[in-house]
Design a protein around this ligand. Sequence first.
Ligand code: BGC
Length: 511
Amino acid sequence: MPAIVVSGDGKGDFGGKVTFHVIICAIVAATGGLMFGYDIGISGGVTSMDDFLEKFFPEVFEKKHHAVENNYCKFDNQFLQLFTSSLYLAALVASFVASKICSKYGRKITMQLASVLFLIGVLLNALAPNLALLIVGRIFLGIGIGFANQAAPLFLSEIAPVKYRGALNILFQLNVTIGILAANIINYFVADIHPHGWRIALGTAGIPALILCLGSFLITETPTSLIERQRLTEGMNTLKKIRGIDNVDAEYQELVRASEMARQVKHPFRNLIKRKSRPQLVIAIAMQVFQQFTGINAIMFYAPVLFQTVGFKNDASLMSSAIVGGINVASTVVSVVLVDKLGRKPLLLEACIQMFITQTAIGYILMEHLKTTGDLPKSNAVWVVVLVCLYVMSFAWSWGPLGWLIPSETFPLETRTAGYSFAVSSNMLFTFLIAQAFLSMLCTMRAAVFFFFAAWVFVMCLFVVFLLPETKNIPIDEMMDRVWKKHWFWKRFMDDDDDKRASKVEMAMGH
Ligand code: BGC
């Protein structure tokens, strides 16, 4: 397993500047986020384009243009959903493989592989003559994403000077939102290019991948990874280079100590199922599952489809999606600024309230005014767009970035990477489920699908109030004493019974 061995022990500031080299490394690695975001944003637009539907999903095309077709069901097609969701299933499996490659061969090569696999996927997609190759292309994209999502955030954490680690971590999410916005804008412009606009939309995904591929030749491997692989002198030299100072001894020693400790843990996954790891594991998985049950990807994947469902024409619906994408980016910046000042819990709770109100209101408007056939009255449709914007805004400064940040900062070193890969794969699994199910849910549950997500938001709110500890400004390796051992509920998992039992067994076995 690669260890998310962060540069430093979290306590100290080892000095060093944000060098030009670190900036280049950060920009290149964060393009992994652009690839991910572009994919999230592009599928909704493409699956609402007539040329694309006519070629690959003639049934949906027919349904969509059928005068008396049920509003809520016109896009309900398992294969159409598979087009979107297959990517996440592939990414789920790939993230486990990626974690092995990451630790054995390094973060840089994993990102290079990610970009190449992704580029193959882009070519297959943009040139696809039939549905089968289209899906194979999506699988390649998914493998690329699985590799990039495991390696890039890790890389960013490891090259960052300690005090900028949080901000650099959110840089990845910021790129995800910029990728989504770029996709929304491209969708808008290519929609009128017939019959191959969708090929341009899918092909443009190659741009961030190319930047990552070429840019990766400019970046170094992280000192952590070099030290982890016993390339000590190289590790030391790289550290000097990225920190821009000669005296990096303290940080270097810390990295060696951390990697020694990580090496002693032969079975990080076994460690993870110990009772003592339960709180962090539950929280990492819950943050990701809840992030997806906010229903965000129902909007991100299917906003254009949703806006067409409420009666917008193609252009208006793609334009509205682009507005939503812009709000997503701007609100993520708000999070970068506030997360270390206000703390994690206030942002999450405020967002729960805002999401609950907006989702309930969207559900109510659709239930009252969007009948099975016919369009939503104009003023109501505008309200739906406004409410979707308010909803996305609150997600973007809370559950979006924090869904990733919190799992990366709660695990102790010995379980950090294994724990984080559970977070990544839970995210992919639930992203897959929502992508695969949302259009069918919209068809069967109709407007109530928004009440379904609102109910989840209510549960999440209780979870944050009672079970999520505040981790703002707490050094990573003091989490155990300052957070878990003090928490009213989680402290009961902090006894050392497991360790005692383990040492008894070892003694009995004569060790
Ligand atoms: C989530 C994605 C989501 C995106 C929206 C990310 O944090 O993991 O599933 O589409 O935020 O900005």
